[in-house]
Design a protein around this ligand. Structure first.
Ligand SMILES: [Zn+2]
Length: 347
């Protein structure tokens, strides 16, 4: 099928060509690697911890036609143990199909040790209600069969602002650490996107934030909790790389005060070509642009039409990526501050 890309995305492809040779990712032993899989209009991120653990955050898509689940599975499996593929932790940020509906197809033959979902049910009946929110592709049935592996997370699990809280998943000092900045904001019956689990991943001096479809309410919740930093406390919002919230939506997420506080040097958005939502939105590019490593000189083009994605990224070719233009995006870091190597499938 021929995929039509907006002219500006084509410009991105062309502009990126010249930079490709210097950005080939060569992961060294001991580096962290983060793979943003190309799932069309949806989300899926694999984190390969230096100590060998594999964390999968979401796997879903509402692209039509649907993406090739077998291809996504093959892509995922090449990053797992060939004889005994394992996902140590699966995080499903919230119960929207574009974040989970591929999982039943993609996880075939892969064992999953622990599952994190947003929620705060105290009894089995409440848990069943929460699980039944994931009906698409019968993911609720898949979850019910793994009931004992599910860990529900909410505000109680958010990292405390004032102290160096314990690592959420693992304890090794030399490995990547995972912290929850927000979970289930608004409660079990709240608006789905706003309930997104927002994860901070820290590896030595390198920090990355994965937002799911976090809304302004979630962003404000985080800003209220962790800003301004106190002199003795860690600055939980000092980050290097941001996965833009809600596929780069303008109206729901990535408000200026959020981006101005996080000041990411690198950013990406996961969105499908020609998606009907206009993700990622040009306004987001202009909001995050000044913070990016290679921001100036830059120029934001006017939108070609209502709700059309417009990306003029002449100044951002080394610090902003979009799956609909670049395909799979791979980031590696040795853990130094502001230092990442990113390679893409398509230039
Ligand atoms: Zn989404």
């Amino acid at each position: 099928m021929r995929i039509r890309l907006p002219l500006q995305l084509l410009a991105l492809l062309l502009l990126s060509c010249g930079a490709s040779s210097s950005r080939v990712s060569t992961r060294q032993a001991g580096d962290i690697e983060v793979v943003f899989l190309d799932v069309g209009q949806g989300d899926s991120t694999l984190i390969k911890c230096p100590n060998g653990r594999r964390i999968l955050v979401d796997c879903g898509s509402t692209s039509s036609p649907a993406p090739d689940a077998a291809a996504i599975a093959a892509d995922l499996k090449q990053h797992l143990d060939a004889t005994s593929p394992v996902i140590d932790v699966l995080v499903v940020t919230h119960p929207d199909a574009d974040h989970y509906n591929q999982l039943t197809k993609v996880l075939v033959g892969i064992s999953v040790k622990r599952i994190l979902l947003p929620g705060s049910a105290e009894d089995q009946e409440g848990r069943d209600d929460l699980i039944n929110q994931y009906k698409v592709s019968k993911f609720n049935e898949w979850l019910l069969a793994r009931n004992q592996d599910i860990r529900w997370v909410d505000a109680e699990n958010e990292v405390k602002a004032s102290k160096a809280a314990s690592n959420l998943f693992f304890t090794s000092d030399n490995d990547a650490k995972f912290y929850i900045l927000a979970a289930n904001v608004g409660g079990d019956g709240g608006e789905k996107n706003g309930r997104s689990i927002v994860l901070k991943v820290t590896f030595k001096e390198f920090d990355l934030v994965l937002t799911g479809d976090a809304t302004k309410a979630t962003e404000n919740h985080i800003l209220g909790k962790y800003s301004p930093p106190d002199d003795d406390a860690p600055d939980w919002l000092d980050i290097d790389f941001l996965k833009l919230g809600h596929h780069g939506s303008r109206s729901t997420s990535s408000q200026p005060n959020w981006l101005n506080r996080l000041k990411p040097e690198y950013a990406m958005a996961s969105a499908g070509a020609d998606n009907r939502y206009g993700h990622p939105n040009n306004d987001i590019v202009s909001r995050v642009g000044p913070h990016l490593l290679d921001a100036p000189p830059h120029r934001i083009m006017q939108s070609a039409g209502k709700d059309q994605p417009v990306l003029e990224v002449a100044g951002y070719a080394k610090s902003l990526w979009v799956t609909c233009a670049n395909g799979k995006i791979r980031l590696t870091s040795a853990g130094q501050d502001k230092a990442a190597v990113v390679s893409v499938d398509r230039n």
